[in-house]
Design a protein around this ligand. Structure first.
Ligand code: MG
Length: 335
């Protein structure tokens, strides 16, 4: 797949990918959209994609070393990743608000994903997005102009609103404003919206959903050691209320990215995601010294990781991802 065919300029020519994919995920599924409470592919089949989230892009935090084409290519070929999330840090040291180079890091991942034929989430990785709505609108309009014609691209307009924030009077109006701005440029690519309590209150959002705008889904975040059946009950309530869900971020450990890998809880969650055809990205593809990282400290930031470079979490996540297409093939068209 030649990125130039998609009008993405500036991509280095002559990059050769492995031949392990007869067809890339995007060639297989094409443009994603929402139908009822499902996300469907271009053939109308309910689809569950498995993938990886990169770490915050903030300059100086270390995770941005993995924002490159070699990492994306390796994640696809060796881990079976169908979707990559570029988590653009907004606030904090080295975040987008004080360092606009974060945008170029995201663009590098988008171009890599286009070249690799995987989906890519452009994530406004913020806990206070309503405080910077104008900046979010400006950023996403620019992304939509550059990339909105590509089937690869998914917009995530608010990573995790905090606990105690109102869905109806704060998060929803923010999201509607950003979605409307995107839609003026790009009429159709999938948009994912967070909900209060670190994107756990999908049931609350589903009771007062965003209406009149095409292809909007809601992000659900869980960390397997902390979140179990009660959060799945909230997710099920949201689905029953007609809200499509996308797990843009999940962890094998606790919600503070620490603790131990909760293997049994992870298995219960994966059963749930497969049953309901929900896509998911693991937090995170990074080598920071914390339990949630997929890679051990010092792992090569340009892929080609031997199994000795993977953490306990990374080994489990790789097993899940490499088996996902066989375990959760595209479903029949939803009723
Ligand atoms: Mg589009």
């Amino acid at each position: 797949m030649d990125a130039a065919l998609f009008g993405v300029d500036g991509f280095p020519a002559g990059v050769c990918f492995g031949a392990s994919w007869a067809r890339t995920p995007v060639e297989q599924h094409g443009h994603l959209s929402v139908s009822g409470h499902r996300i469907i592919d271009a053939r109308g089949r309910a689809v569950s994609l498995a993938g990886l989230s990169l770490f915050w892009s903030n300059s100086g935090w270390g995770g941005d070393a993995f924002y490159n084409v070699e990492t994306v290519r390796w994640a696809r070929d060796d881990w079976g990743a169908q979707v990559i999330r570029a988590a653009m840090g907004v606030e904090g040291d080295g975040g987008y608000l004080e360092d606009r180079s974060n945008e170029a890091k995201v663009e590098a991942v988008v171009r890599a994903a286009v070249h690799a034929g995987v989906y890519v989430i452009i994530d406004w990785h913020s806990h206070h997005a309503e405080e910077h709505q104008a900046e979010a609108v400006d950023f996403f309009v620019r992304m939509a102009r550059k990339f909105g014609h590509l089937p690869n691209v998914i917009y995530e307009v608010y990573n995790e609103p905090l606990g105690g924030v109102s869905w109806s009077s704060t998060v929803k109006p923010y999201a509607e404003r950003v979605v409307d701005a995107i839609r003026e440029v790009d009429p159709d690519n999938l948009v994912v919206v967070g909900s209060p309590t670190w994107s756990q209150d999908v049931d609350v959002a589903s009771e007062d959903p965003i209406v009149g705008r095409a292809n909007v889904a809601y992000s659900l975040h869980f960390y397997a050691e902390t979140h179990r059946a009660p959060l799945r009950a909230k997710a099920l309530a949201a689905l029953q209320n007609g809200a499509p869900l996308f797990v843009t971020e999940w962890g094998t450990v606790n919600a503070w990215a620490r603790g131990s890998v909760a293997e049994r809880s992870v298995a219960e969650w994966m059963d749930f995601l497969a049953e309901h055809k929900i896509s998911h990205c693991n937090w995170s593809l990074n080598d920071r010294d914390e339990a949630a990282s997929a890679l051990r400290p010092g792992a090569d930031p340009r892929g080609e990781w031997p199994s000795s470079a993977l953490t306990t979490s990374g080994q489990l996540v790789k097993r899940i991802l490499t088996g996902w297409r066989g375990r959760c093939p595209p479903g029949m068209a939803p009723a």
